[in-house]
Design a protein around this ligand. Structure first.
Ligand code: 9G3
Length: 569
């Protein structure tokens, strides 16, 4: 490609609305252009990189035995009404009407559509398992789109759906997809980690996220330094270490003036935080029921785990007014002598073995000490609902837990029968009995992965593309386009690289070399070939973007050298 014909418009300044480096650099390198909030056009340079990510995804999904389909972006509301999600999805779902006033959605995902297809095509166990995938535009009307392609409202996703006759078959495909995702992210030149995750809005029983590690990642990943355990902080667990067990003592009511917070209470009673129990009031926003959540004083409630523990769609801390209306006193709430039997008690694992702990006494400035779970109160639900802390011990090894920021680029789910049940996607098994298909679904954020690659590969001069997804691998720069020797050598190297099917740019603009170097480093070509003064001798400079290294090399060796270096970067 000749630079002068490439429609590349680089920007000197950082666009003010861009906050993260990938957004800044994609705009400055002329890869994307904002059409509306969270909605971007891909310009030639950006689209070329996007297609490279997409093709790696496609190659590996095909290699994994999945079959590519292509479903519409616009979907009839009826399918979402049938699955029951029409009424539960909020404003994130983009709804619209056609000219006949019929309801439609711009697809945020395609479980309903693919299940509708499969239920009408498959009726025998012989046709299963099958894994169908597409690479399609998705629309999710984020309240606050930001970070460019990282959290856009319209984005490109590879979404796959598999259908099975047994859990074992689903487990097999789940593993197959996990390995496929590892190959995809590795081929894209990314450092990533598979982590245990919450199934969230999709339901089902088990899911894993693939995170590209980067400081700008929105997710917090907890990982062990003793084994491969890693989990999104939403679901991470740790080895619970309680203070030593004691003889259960008699409960006492103790005057605890001015200690409405757990820290002040521990200080006043001169006991460690680990001997106190926080009682927090939560409301299930779906049922408006209240729950008293008990957790050891040094831990924090993990609201995703709590939501799952009480099977709520969403939970929120009760307001002061709601606490008062329940006859409770904020700061002095506790499970012992709780008069209000309408409130269900949820106890974290950290309190049920905790000898002689302190809890609120339902009156200002008073607490109970020596409270023991079992003897003095019982919980309706006992579950791990705490947020793990860095430094705690790994649940699987003696390793310590650390945290890193991650960009969720992939997510694989064991869906079970949530959608096949709702949409009656059934088949006849070998005994002629009607069974419900078991499903899995597997997503990769293709446009987000491209952005994540930049988040992981940049420096003060711009992008540093991994070779596999670079829009162009080599940028040939004749130092002086008026010098015949330089332009003809540049042209011949250009032709040879094209003949080798290597994506090559020739910067034929009549600009100073420095100007071209800056553009080349901003755009992030992995290699530059500078054809300068020594062109007459057939010597050129080969510069490696990642390391900054420069090799003086003859025109006869430069092609092979580039092919060799392409395997490394
Ligand atoms: C919606 C809206 C937003 C959503 C969903 C539905 C996320 C929704 C979860 C998934 C699960 C998997 C197949 C590919 C991989 C991810 N956000 N999810 O279901 F209506 Cl507005 O999409 N789907």
């Amino acid at each position: 490609m000749k630079f002068s014909k490439s429609y590349i418009k680089t920007l000197k300044e950082t666009p003010k609305e861009a906050e993260v480096i990938s957004h800044i650099l994609m705009l400055r390198a002329g890869m994307i252009k904002k059409l509306a909030s969270g909605i971007y056009s891909y310009l030639p340079l950006g689209y070329k990189a996007l297609k490279k990510v997409e093709n790696i995804v496609r190659e590996e999904m095909d290699r994994a035995g999945a079959l590519e389909v292509h479903m519409p972006v616009i979907q009839p509301a009826e399918l979402w009404q049938e699955s029951g999600r029409w009424s539960v999805m909020g404003p994130e779902m983009f709804r619209l009407k056609d000219r006949h006033e019929r309801d439609f959605v711009l697809g945020p995902t395609h479980e309903e559509v693919i299940t509708d297809i499969v239920r009408s095509d498959i009726s025998s166990y012989k046709a299963l398992p099958v894994n169908l995938y597409q690479i399609q535009t998705k629309f999710r009307d984020e309240r606050r789109p930001r970070f460019g392609l990282m959290r856009g409202r319209e984005f490109l996703m590879k979404d796959a759906y598999s259908f099975h006759t047994s859990q074992e078959s689903l487990d097999e495909e789940f593993e197959n997809m996990r390995e496929t995702y590892s190959r995809i992210f590795t081929r894209c030149g990314l450092k990533f980690r598979p982590v245990e995750a919450d199934s969230g809005a999709i339901g089902g029983n088990g899911s894993q996220e693939f995170h590209v590690l980067a400081e700008s990642g929105e997710d917090e990943i907890i990982y062990s330094d003793g084994c491969d355990y890693a989990a999104n902080i939403e679901t991470a667990t740790s080895k619970l270490v309680n203070p030593p067990k004691e003889e259960e003592k008699e409960i006492e009511l103790v005057h605890t003036p001015d200690s409405p917070t757990i820290e002040k209470l521990a200080e006043f009673l001169n006991i460690p935080l680990t001997r106190t129990v926080k009682a927090l009031l939560y409301k299930d926003l779906g049922t408006d029921e209240f729950y008293m959540v008990l957790i050891r004083g040094d831990f924090d409630v993990n609201e995703i785990k709590l939501k799952n523990a009480i099977n709520a769609v969403a939970v929120e801390m009760a307001t002061d007014e709601e606490i008062e209306n329940l006859g409770l006193i904020k700061g002095y709430i506790g499970p012992y002598k709780l008069a209000n039997d309408k409130i269900k008690i949820v106890a974290d694992l950290s309190v049920i073995e905790l000898s002689n702990h302190v809890t609120g006494a339902h009156q200002k400035d008073y607490h109970f000490v020596n409270v023991n779970y079992g003897r003095d109160y019982k919980a309706d639900i006992i579950k791990d609902i705490r947020t793990v802390k860095v430094g705690e011990t790994c649940p699987k090894s003696d390793g310590k837990l650390h945290s890193a920021r991650g960009i969720e680029c992939g997510h694989v789910f064991k869906l079970g029968t949530k959608y096949s049940e709702a949409l009656k996607a059934t088949y006849l098994d070998k005994d002629g009995k009607t069974q419900t298909m078991i499903m899995g679904c597997y997503g990769i954020g293709v446009s987000r992965t491209m952005a994540a690659a930049i988040e992981q590969n940049y420096d003060e001069n711009g992008i540093i593309w991994p070779v596999a997804i670079a829009p162009y691998v080599v940028d040939i720069i004749p130092a002086n386009v008026k010098n015949e020797a330089q332009t003809s050598l540049a042209e011949s190297i250009y032709q040879k690289l094209k003949a080798e099917n290597i994506d090559v740019m020739l910067d034929d603009r009549d600009e100073k070399p420095g100007f071209k170097f800056k553009d080349a480093d901003l755009i992030g070509f992995p290699f530059k070939v500078v054809v300068g003064k020594r062109a007459e001798e057939g010597i050129v400079e080969l510069k490696i973007r990642k390391t900054g290294e420069t090799l003086e090399i003859s025109k006869d060796e430069v092609i092979n050298k580039i092919k060799e270096l392409m395997l490394k970067y």
